[in-house]
Design a protein around this ligand. Sequence first.
Ligand SMILES: [Zn+2]
Length: 83
Amino acid sequence: MTPVEVAACVFCRVGERRPGTTTITLTRDEAAVVIRDVPAEVCDNCGHAYFDGTVVEALEQIHEAAIDAGAKYAVRDFVTKVA
Ligand SMILES: [Zn+2]
């Protein structure tokens, strides 16, 4: 296996991943939840965002909470809650 350069984007192989924030939309069934200000590494060429595991878990919790609240469409700011 060839070592993958940490900073390189695996999608376009041209851009570099830079720390920043992004907005993503998670969907399940008819429910769509937009989450803003999500910490991510964002490719400076194609814009693909990379999230780390703790961020992904937090996103799932925010998504679940919005669906549990009966939302069909919701916009949330990314807020980490330490359980
Ligand atoms: Zn890229």
